[in-house]
Design a binder for this molecule. Structure first.
Ligand SMILES: Cc1ncc(COP(=O)(O)O)c(C=O)c1O
Length: 384
C-alpha cells in the first residue's frame, strides 16, 4: 500500500523511514512554504504589507481551516502559540473552586493537566488521577468517578504513550449530567482521528500544530463550544483580547463574543498562516481517509510485532485504537531498540519503558516492512 501523501508534499519522506508523528510529524511542504513566504515578506517589507488590517485578520485562514476540520464555525476557534498556552488560559478562565474535583487519567501527558493543577493549587480544588493498568485506563472507571463535585474532566483524546482513544460523546454526556465541563487535549488526535466538535459535546478541544496536523512549532488551535464563548474570562489577556484590537485605550476592555477572546497577543504569526495550509490540506484528503490508511499501517505493524514476540500495550479494538503502537520486547531494553532503529534511519521514539511507532499519511506498508525487518535483525544480533 502506497503512502497517501507524496514526497513532493513531504520531501523529508525521502530522507528516512519516519514513523514518529506522535512526537513531531513531518511538515507539509505547503505549510513550510507559507511560513517562509510570510517571514520573508515581513523581513523585507515590515508593515508595508503586514499593516493593521493584515494583523487584525491574520488568523482568519486558520479559523476557517480548523473549523472545517472539526465541523465547527470560524468563530468557535482561537489561535495561539502552543497547546500549553491555550490550556493555561482556559484553566484560569474556568478556575474550578475549592471543594470541586478535576479528573484525568494516570497516564495523561503532563501538559494536559499541569495548567489545571496550577489553578487547583490556587483555589484548593482537588486533582484526581484515575490509575491505569499496564498503560491502559479503563474508561468506565473514569466515567464512574464523575459526580456532582466534578468541575472538569480533562482528557487527552488519544493518550500519547499508548494511543488509547476515548469516546468523547460518552464523556461529554457524563460530565454534563453532573454540571461538569469536558476539556479535550486533541494534540495526539487532530488530523489523524475524525472529530466532529459540536457532535462530540466537548466544551473545549485544543491541539498543538506540530504533530498529526503536520504543521509547525509555534501555532496551536482551540475550539470553544458556543455556549461558553461569552462567559469565560481568559487567563491570558493582552491588546488582542478586544473586539477592536486597534483601539489601544487602556481603559477599554471588551472581549469578542466568540472563541477569539482567547487570542491575546502577537505571536510568530507566520506559523499560524502555515498551519492553516496544513489543516486545509488534511481536510481536503479527509481525516476519515487518513485514519483508514493509518490503521492499515498499524495492522501490519501489529502483525509483525506479534510475530517477533513483542508485548504490545496499545489497545487493539476499533473503538480505542489508533496508529500509535507501543510495545516492548521481553528481556530487551526499549531504549536499545529505539537506538538501533534510529541508527538504521528508522525514526521512532522511546516512551517510558516502551518503544513507540506512530505512522501517518506519508508512510507506506514498505516503511512498516522495513522497520520490522530491521527489528528482526536487531533481535537476531542481541540473541547471538
Ligand atoms: C497530549 C499532548 N498534549 C500537548 C503536548 C505538547 O503541547 P505543546 O508543546 O503544544 O504545548 C503533547 C506533546 O507531546 C502531547 O502529547
Amino acid at each position: 500500500m502506497n503512502a497517501l501523501a507524496s514526497a513532493t508534499e513531504f520531501p523529508a519522506r525521502r530522507k528516512s523511514t519516519y514513523l514518529n508523528s506522535a512526537s513531531v510529524a513531518l511538515m507539509y511542504r505547503g505549510c513550510q512554504q507559507a511560513i517562509d513566504a510570510w517571514n520573508q515578506d515581513l523581513a523585507e517589507n515590515g508593515t508595508i504589507n503586514f499593516n493593521e488590517i493584515a494583523e487584525q485578520t491574520i488568523f482568519d485562514p486558520l479559523h476557517k481551516a480548523f473549523a472545517r476540520l472539526l465541523n465547527a464555525t470560524p468563530n468557535d476557534i482561537a489561535v495561539a502559540s502552543s497547546a500549553t498556552e491555550q490550556l493555561s488560559s482556559l484553566a484560569w478562565a474556568i478556575m474550578p473552586p475549592s471543594g470541586s474535583k478535576i479528573l484525568t487519567t494516570g497516564i495523561v501527558f503532563p501538559t494536559t493537566i499541569y495548567p489545571f493543577a496550577r489553578v487547583a493549587r490556587h483555589t484548593g480544588a482537588e486533582i484526581k488521577f484515575i490509575p491505569g493498568e499496564n498503560g491502559y485506563t479503563d474508561p468506565q472507571k473514569l466515567l464512574d468517578a464523575i459526580d456532582d463535585t466534578t468541575a472538569v474532566v480533562c482528557l487527552s483524546h488519544v493518550e500519547f504513550g499508548s494511543g488509547q482513544q476515548y469516546d468523547l460523546r460518552q464523556f461529554a454526556d457524563a460530565c454534563h449530567a453532573h454540571g461538569a465541563l469536558l476539556i479535550v487535549d486533541a494534540t495526539q488526535s487532530a488530523g489523524a482521528v475524525p472529530i466532529d466538535a459540536p457532535a462530540s459535546g466537548a466544551d473545549a478541544i485544543i491541539s498543538g500544530g506540530y504533530k498529526w496536523l503536520c504543521g509547525p512549532f509555534g501555532a496551536s488551535v482551540m475550539y470553544v463550544a458556543p455556549n461558553l464563548q461569552r462567559t469565560l474570562d481568559p487567563g491570558l489577556i493582552g491588546f488582542r483580547s478586544n473586539k477592536d484590537i486597534w483601539k489601544l485605550d487602556v481603559e477599554y476592555q471588551d472581549f469578542p463574543d466568540s472563541a477569539h477572546r482567547f487570542e491575546f497577543s502577537t505571536m510568530a504569526y507566520g506559523c499560524s498562516v502555515g498551519l492553516a495550509e496544513s489543516v486545509r490540506y488534511l481536510a481536503d484528503i479527509g481525516v476519515e481517509n487518513i485514519q483508514a490508511h493509518n490503521l492499515k499501517l498499524a495492522d501490519r505493524l501489529l502483525a509483525g510485532l506479534d510475530a517477533l514476540g513483542a508485548q504490545v500495550v496499545s489497545p487493539r479494538n476499533n473503538a480505542e485504537r489508533t496508529s500509535i503502537v507501543s510495545a516492548k520486547l521481553p528481556n530487551i531494553v526499549s531504549a536499545d531498540v529505539v537506538d538501533h532503529l534510529n541508527k538504521a534511519n528508522i525514526i521512532i521514539s522511546p516512551r517510558r519503558d516502551l518503544f513507540r511507532f506512530s505512522p501517518h499519511l506519508y508512510n507506506s506498508t514498505d516503511d512498516i516492512d522495513h522497520a520490522l525487518a530491521e527489528l528482526k535483525q536487531f533481535l537476531h544480533t542481541v540473541k547471538h
